[in-house]
Design a protein around this ligand. Sequence first.
Ligand code: NAD
Length: 371
Amino acid sequence: MEKPINSTSRRSFIKNSSVGAVALASGLISYRCLANNNRDRKLGIALCGLGNYSSTRLAPAFEHTEHCYLAGVVTGTPSKEKEWADKYGIPPTHIYNYENFDTIKDNPDIDIVYVVTPNSRHAEFGIRAAKAGKHVITEKPMEISVARAQELVDACKAAGKLLQVGYRNRYDPTHLEIMRLTREQVYGQVKVIDTNFSFYGINSPNWRFTDKSLSGGGPLMDIGVYCLEGACYGTGELPSSITAQSFKTFMDKLPDMEETITWQMEFPSGAIANCTSSYVARANNLHIYAEKGNYGTSPAYGYDVPGGYVGKEAMNAGYRNQQAAQMDAFAMNIKEGTEVIASGEVGVQGMKIIEAIYSAAKTGQKVELTW
Ligand code: NAD
């Protein structure tokens, strides 16, 4: 039995997921609004956690940002201080470690702290940043539980600071076009979604695969989160119920974590989504089947999304550096006081869905969700 979702939450979810995103993508949010609001000032971002994603994606993305720049770093590894200072011209006054991080409050050049640590340290650093008077971006998954994600939302609210979750696909032209096709029901109502994001990572020594206290779980936390996101903005809804099954073939790997997980989401409209995420297979797609046609993208969730299609035709929605689009959009939200698309609330919704998926996989029971 489906439970109806609260119409206000649903409306605000749809607004968050699609309308605002399309408005941004198509330039509908007027840049004239900035005229009296220090339009030319780029906001300073400090990256916190200088691992793979910060090094290979976020730092290079600043070459493509218009409204923000790399102003500082926070790192627990002393050797990275000089390395990053030299590479990006960051002054010593803008380099912090995990101990003196809170003094960032005295640095007016840093407006935003972007938390790019292992998952279970997002809330901790995000809350410290908010208390230091900084706006916060936190990477996905937002945290490892609803409770911790909510703590971060509450801390940002209490400090009067904005919060964004690193759901970069919500700023990607192909995914924005998918949201539009759904929202405008160009091919009628969406009925079925198939989506899978998997890679073969079982033998890596990275914390994702070895330390649940940092990861919070297996592929669902890491990459399955993109599938649940795709299913939500692909339908424009939040799920009303979830069933799930998890599987393991390498018993000595992924301690206390799933290896493959597959879940089914039912939506209030009657649409259903079949989602899978695995660390022992390779897949990357989002297929949306509506009453009068189908659309989607394959590959779907990488940093470049060249595979958008509508029926048998290529979608050709265009390209934008996702990380730059995401960070610029957040800088604009701060400058203009506009609503964050991938907001903390959207992040908490994702965490709630993740917890429901794990619960359904563990008990074998359908989990009903209310919003
Ligand atoms: P990583 O291991 O390469 O980097 C993590 C960094 O955090 C390291 O520099 C490490 O020193 C630091 N760190 C802080 N506290 C730590 C602790 N207790 N244990 C270990 N390291 C600690 O990881 P990554 O791949 O850069 O991922 C970081 C975050 O970014 C994760 O939440 C991940 O899900 C997210 N991510 C997002 C995307 C995306 O496309 N949006 C892509 C990759 C990673």
